[in-house]
Design a protein around this ligand. Structure first.
Ligand code: CP
Ligand code: NVA
Length: 319
């Protein structure tokens, strides 16, 4: 079975916990100067239809530090679904690389790639999910709080890709999750349905009053109000989200030792003030750093399953 990493609904709690533990171990070993070449000779393909700093660079660094290499492709150049169909694209690229990370607009493109590729597919952010981000975030919370079970995470803002993956990761790892969003910007119905099917009995809590939501929070998270591809809605969203800005008065309603988190890039002065971003409760830089460590664990896990690519070669050799 080829392993994919698409929206976290495909993970089980045990695997999610193992990935976090493996990331913590790799991070410790790295700090001690040990970088095991566990993926020597392996190639990571990366197709990005949207801009990126953290995801692109942390994936490239991760595979390089594990002894492998990466090939970056701009979505426009390769023309997936434009120059040729996504299924043809998937079958061809599977012949060249061992694992493929994809950043797309339409989530359906990632799902379609996974259907036809014979290598693991990683969602490096789609309009619906950002699973690498969410798992690295829970790793950061685990490091600071020493546990995830019962930790109260409050996401203040849009029910977007980052919020959705964080909700799923929290459910997998035993943290409690609340979304504080203005009416009209909560989770979409299809996500709610998928969530309740995957986690029967786990509430998907949505609040409309950010002040109310923050009471007792251990971690306060926010993200931009208009995601990539929604720039034309910026003005409208600024009005709707203004009461949801994470500033010092709002953050003070959470627990005194609450962590502030943001996936970045941030729009200072909009969803978060500089005082909070640069303040003593902010963990945004260690959070960004953990993308590297989590993705190392992820790549090792994806490539440890006797996957399709070697068997492609074996199949050809046997002809
Ligand atoms: N957080 C995150 O995914 O950042 P980039 O868009 O820079 O990759
Ligand atoms: N929600 C943001 C996250 C960026 C990392 C976006 O999709 O643009």
């Amino acid at each position: 079975m080829i392993r994919h990493f698409i929206d976290l609904f495909e993970l089980d709690p045990e695997t999610a916990g193992d990935l976090i533990a493996q990331a913590i171990d790799l991070k410790r070993r790295d700090a001690e100067g040990e970088r095991p070449s566990l993926l020597a000779g392996r190639t990571l393909g990366m197709i990005f239809e949207k801009p990126s700093l953290r995801t692109r660079v942390s994936f490239e660094a991760a595979i390089a530090q594990l002894g492998g290499n990466a090939i970056f492709m701009n979505g426009k150049d390769v023309g997936m679904g434009v120059r040729e169909s996504v299924d043809d694209f998937a079958r061809v690229i599977s012949q060249y690389v061992d694992v493929l990370a994809v950043r797309t607009y339409a989530h359906a493109t990632v799902a379609e790639l996974a259907e036809y590729a014979t290598i693991p597919i990683v969602n490096a952010l789609s309009d619906a999910a950002h699973p690498c981000q969410a798992m690295a975030d829970l790793l950061t919370i685990q490091e600071v709080k020493g546990r995830l079970d019962g930790i109260r995470i409050v996401f203040v803002g849009d029910g977007n890709n980052v919020a959705r993956s964080l909700a799923v990761a929290s459910a997998l790892l035993g943290a409690s999750f609340t979304l504080a969003a203005p009416p009209g910007y909560e989770f979409p119905d299809d996500f709610r349905r998928q969530f309740s099917q995957a986690f029967p009995g786990v509430p998907l809590v949505v609040e409309h009053d950010p002040k109310e939501a923050l009471i007792g929070a251990d971690a306060v998270y926010t993200d931009v109000w208009a995601s990539m591809g929604q720039e034309h809605e910026s003005e409208l969203r600024q009005a709707a989200f203004a009461p949801f800005q994470v500033n010092e008065p709002l953050l003070s309603l959470a627990k005194p030792d609450a962590m502030f988190l943001h996936c970045l890039p941030a729009r200072r002065g909009e969803e978060v003030t500089s005082e909070v971003m640069d303040g003593p409760q902010s963990y945004v830089i260690p959070q960004a750093a953990n993308r590297l460590h989590f993705q190392k664990a992820l790549l090792i896990w994806l490539l440890s399953e006797p996957a399709a690519n070697p068997s492609n070669h074996a199949r050809l050799a046997a002809r």
